[in-house]
Design a protein. Structure first.
Length: 115
């Protein structure tokens, strides 16, 4: 390294910049995903209540109730897995943003492309 080149890291500043970058990358992702998951779970609760009512009225037998509940659980599980996948995508965006922020400083300090 030549004289005047940065040789130390301001960890606090870098940490703050990385946090800001991660927040910016995931802004808008978390609330819609949470809302989607909560909506599906409320729907499942309502469906399970309906199945219980139909069973109590004798409109369906226990086997039918189990099958109906299983079908709806599988449907909600599929939605929740989609939400999980979208959350992972948001995490990847955050990690890419954090790496971009850190790379300039860290690579300059170590003198080669570490990140």
């Amino acid at each position: 390294m030549t004289a005047g080149e940065e040789t130390t890291l301001d960890v606090t500043k870098l940490g703050e910049e990385m946090i800001d970058a991660a927040r910016a990358a995931i802004t808008g992702h978390a609330p819609p995903l949470r809302v989607m998951a909560e909506f599906e779970l409320r729907c499942l609760a309502g469906t399970l209540a309906d199945i219980g009512s139909m069973l109590a009225r004798g409109e369906i037998d226990p086997d039918s109730a189990r099958q109906m509940a299983n079908i709806h659980q599988l449907s909600v599980r599929s939605v929740l897995r989609s939400v999980e996948g979208l959350s992972l995508l948001a995490a990847e965006h955050a990690m890419a943003a954090v790496t971009r922020v850190a790379a300039g400083v860290v690579n300059r300090v170590v003198g080669f492309r570490l990140l």
